[in-house]
Design a protein around this ligand. Structure first.
Ligand SMILES: Nc1ncnc2c1ncn2[C@@H]1O[C@H](COP(=O)(O)OP(=O)(O)OP(=O)(O)O)[C@@H](O)[C@H]1O
Length: 253
């Protein structure tokens, strides 16, 4: 499974369409950030391509297989999702939550195989939460909780991972560590990761590709191409914030 494809996708709610005619491909090994202002439709897009929200029209494919033809169990082995404000039992321990990622593979007794356990242990190390594994979720900081959800998605062992604002609530140090973890998962584990974020500078510096929703337009290209096309030069509708192409940074005047 290497390519996730949206064909003529329209997203929105009952009586309103937010975006239509979206056509894009996401490939494994590539880190893509999804950018756009508050309320533009990033979460809606992520939920629509994760099967959590009905699309208004269009088709989604994984390689050449239409996702509508996949069973729930098949889908869960291909795409994992982490949304903001997930409703989970905070009495669970870190280990118990991460273990849930193996559910599409375990038997009805929820028994882990030795291979499952090896994968979980490796992921806890990768996400730097091994020391926290016995802690309850209610005892975690926002950043630790965020890494635990990401670990659950990694343990689900899907080629495609979609994350809604994983860097919210994190300080700069932990944002950078999170972005580097996502990048490492793409490179070393050949994952395709699409994540929404408002951390523009970090996204521009660390993502291979950018998806941008702006003023009814949908842009998707390599970060370099979008920068060179000047897409970020008028990102904000104000003269107070300008984009410095060389540094890939927004500056406040
Ligand atoms: N369940 C819903 N029913 C109807 N409209 C909704 C629903 N959820 C969100 N919306 C609207 O859809 C639009 C897009 O919302 P969405 O949450 O996708 O934006 P976003 O880009 O993720 O925003 P933010 O950066 O603030 O999280 C907004 O106008 C929002 O009010």
């Amino acid at each position: 499974m290497n390519v996730f494809k949206a064909q003529d996708l329209a997203i929105g709610y009952k009586d309103k369409t937010l975006f239509s005619n979206l056509n894009f491909e996401l490939r494994t090994g590539i880190l893509t950030s999804l950018l756009g202002s508050n309320g533009i439709g990033k979460s809606t897009l992520l939920k629509s391509i994760s099967g959590l929200l009905d699309k208004k029209s269009g088709q989604l494919f994984v390689d050449d297989k239409n996702t509508d033809a996949l069973s729930f169990a098949e889908f869960a082995k291909i795409i994992s999702v982490v949304l903001t404000n997930e409703n989970v039992n905070k009495e669970l321990t870190v280990y118990e939550l991460v273990k849930l990622g193996r559910q599409p593979y375990t038997n009805w007794l929820d028994q882990l195989t030795p291979q499952d356990e090896i994968l979980i242990d490796k992921t806890l190390i990768n996400c730097e939460i091994t020391d926290l594994k016995e802690r309850k979720l209610l005892q975690l900081s926002d950043g630790q909780l965020q890494r635990t959800f990401i670990a659950r998605a990694v343990v689900q062992d899907t080629p495609f991972i979609f994350l809604d604002e994983p860097s919210t609530h994190l300080d700069l140090y932990h944002k950078v560590r999170l972005f580097k973890l996502l990048k490492k998962l793409c490179i070393e584990n050949n994952k395709c990761i699409l994540f929404s974020t408002h951390d523009l500078d970090l996204a521009l510096q660390l993502s291979d590709e950018i998806m941008l929703l702006k003023d009814n337009h949908f842009y998707h290209n390599t970060t370099e191409n979008l920068i060179n096309r000047g897409v970020f030069d008028r990102f904000f509708d104000t003269d107070d914030i300008v984009f410095d192409k060389e540094r890939k940074q927004f500056l406040i005047l």
